[in-house]
Ligand binder design. Structure first.
Ligand SMILES: NC(=O)c1ccc[n+]([C@@H]2O[C@H](COP(=O)([O-])OP(=O)(O)OC[C@H]3O[C@@H](n4cnc5c(N)ncnc54)[C@H](O)[C@@H]3O)[C@@H](O)[C@H]2O)c1
Length: 377
């Protein structure tokens, strides 16, 4: 039995993601032989109903609507912040300056300047900081990464990655902060979905040398939920046509981030095709890994994957992992790396990767505005 002192976690922003984090900590004991224990001790949100929800978590000893109060607590070692994007910069800097480590939600600041400021402050203060992106912890994605890193693909011909939603197709869907530039950022859907798409290419070192972006808006107004309507000024769909140099060859890499992709509900996908082999994985078929090989004929082969997550749990090997499982795996990677025990396993997105992703989105905005290909360093 692990009797080590738990890492005490505070959550700022107890909405959709703050409660998902609480769910991961609440069943931490399913991780097998995991070296770090956790305890959710403090929560901050502006909504009393959400604070009430957290009161049912037995380990929570502080609930507050003032994040400075949470940060002043000596009962908190690590802070998870899941608030609207316009608040990232100030709250992340407050966390770092309070001497706490940080798991930051994407996009890690509302824009490139904010992301750099947070990254640089974390370096200056020597704080451990990582950025949330959970899809790479799916067994299928881990296998796709292994194949992409191997030499067995031959010459890489093309790369496609994307993250697709469809609920914005409904014009009656009420506005929320994610649909307004002031709160979500002028990068729109790229801030919302982009880190998920960029994380694997970034980790593979597949940095675009140029980007041509096509950005689309959906409905100009949406119901405000109070009987009126509100301006919806955000980019809803982004298609980035990139060039990346792999093995000395310029390879097309397409990145799609869409809130208006008919029939797609949280579909994350990644595909690499080479002259010898290829791999395709999509959460549309969450336990299926497709691999391509070429001999006399060409074959797509399909493998059912089980619960082959990077960190072992008590869950049976033939069972299917879902969103709460990979979120827990991401937290396990964060806490293992913080403790110096990640080993060869896949780590969470780094501040440098988040800054690099913001460089892509800034280039995409410039490309769309000028209707030109934009070069990246
Ligand atoms: N990793 C993922 O899969 C994923 C999924 C969805 C959202 N996100 C990210 O998580 C973050 C939050 O998104 P969400 O979907 O949870 O949003 P949400 O609107 O459900 O929750 C945000 C919460 O922040 C609270 N809040 C606002 N201002 C605050 C303040 N000053 N102090 C404390 N709390 C405050 C709100 O009351 C709300 O409960 C965003 O950065 C978003 O991009 C990540």
């Amino acid at each position: 039995m692990n009797t080590a002192k738990p890492v005490r976690i505070g959550v700022i922003g107890g909405g959709l993601m703050g409660r998902e984090a609480a769910s991961a900590f609440g069943r931490w004991f399913v991780l097998e032989n995991f070296p770090v224990r956790v305890e959710l001790t403090a929560v901050c949100d502006l909504q009393p109903a959400l604070l009430d929800w957290f009161r049912q978590v037995p380990s929570v000893r502080l609930v507050t609507s003032n994040h400075h109060e949470l940060l002043a607590s000596t009962d908190v070692d690590v802070v998870y912040v899941a608030v609207p994007h316009h608040l990232h910069e100030q709250i992340y800097l407050d966390v770092l300056r309070a001497g706490k480590d940080l798991l930051a939600e994407k996009p890690f600041g509302i824009d490139l300047a904010a992301a750099k400021k947070i990254r640089d402050e974390a370096i200056r203060l020597n704080r451990f900081v990582r950025v949330s992106s959970e899809f790479p912890f799916l067994p299928g994605v881990q296998r796709a990464i292994q194949l992409a890193q191997s030499t067995s693909l031959g010459r890489v011909l093309e790369v496609k990655a994307g993250f697709l939603h469809s609920s914005d197709l409904d014009p009656a869907k009420a506005i929320n902060w994610k649909r307004q530039n002031a709160y979500c950022g002028t990068i729109g859907v790229m801030g919302d979905l982009g880190m998920h798409v960029a994380h694997v290419p970034l980790r593979l070192g597949w940095n675009p040398t140029s980007i041509y972006a096509q950005l689309q808006k959906g409905y100009a107004t949406r119901p405000d939920g109070k009987g009126g309507s509100a301006i919806c000024d955000t980019w809803d769909n982004a298609a980035l046509h990139c060039s990346v140099v792999l093995g000395g060859n310029a390879v097309p890499m397409t990145l799609e981030m869409k809130r208006m992709a008919p029939t797609e509900t949280n579909t994350w996908y990644f595909e690499v095709l080479g002259t010898e082999r290829g791999v395709r994985y999509s959460t549309k078929e969450p336990k299926t890994l497709w691999t391509y090989r070429r001999d006399k004929e060409q074959w797509w082969e399909k493998t059912d994957l089980g619960f082959g997550t990077p960190f072992k749990t008590i869950t049976g090997g033939i069972f299917e992992p879902g969103f709460p499982d990979i979120l827990m795996q991401m937290w396990a990677a964060f806490l293992a790396e913080r403790a110096g025990m990640l080993g060869e396993r896949f780590g969470c997105a780094t501040p440098d990767e988040a800054v690099a992703s913001h460089e892509w989105w800034a280039a995409a905005l410039a490309s769309h505005a000028r209707q030109q290909v934009v070069a990246l360093p």
